[in-house]
Design a protein around this ligand. Sequence first.
Ligand code: ZN
Length: 224
Amino acid sequence: MSQIWSYTGDTGPEFWPGLCEEFYAAAQFPLQSPILLSYEEAQALEKALKFTYVEQNIRVQKINETMHFVPVDAASFVDFAQNRYYLTDIHFHMPSEHVISKQQAPLEFHLVHKDEDGNPLVCAVLFDLVEDEDKKCNNGKLTLEAGKDKEQSLNPEIFLPENITYFHYEGSLTTPPTEGPVQWFVFDQIGLMSRFLIEAFKTSLSPNNRPLQNKNQRPIFYKK
Ligand SMILES: [Zn+2]
């Protein structure tokens, strides 16, 4: 199926629900993403996310509006609330979709996980861009080779910030179909990413962030 949605014009975000029945049905889920996050409104989160990330082969592919880093095997996973979710996809949005304390970041990575029934859990990591010609991520932990359909070995923990503190809430996917529920974890330590590295993967300079959605009184949690 050719892509029927975009981020601008008459196939842009406000028109996604009208583009097809599948998108319409997904948009009926009341807790949409992304949302504005703030410390003042957050409750303490008791349960913690536990990461088991390992070095594994990852394929670089262009899908829809962004580059994706797709694990070849189910190897890295997270545990949350007695459930295990395997890492299935990594991609990014520019500028950031989530906004923390009214600050939008230039870049947001999504680490998408799924449990054995296909229920999604997404970790979002916001980044500032730095002028690092060595094309590094997070102070030298990553150098990626740019190029479509390339496979390389890496540990996805390179995308995680050093301090693992995060907001947690229930939301939706941010690209159509925007179905839910999705367990969201948005890290509040902003990472550093080489602008040159990202530009090597960027196929278009136009923004690919969905606008902020209504919170609809849902609870927001924070784990420190
Ligand atoms: Zn995303």
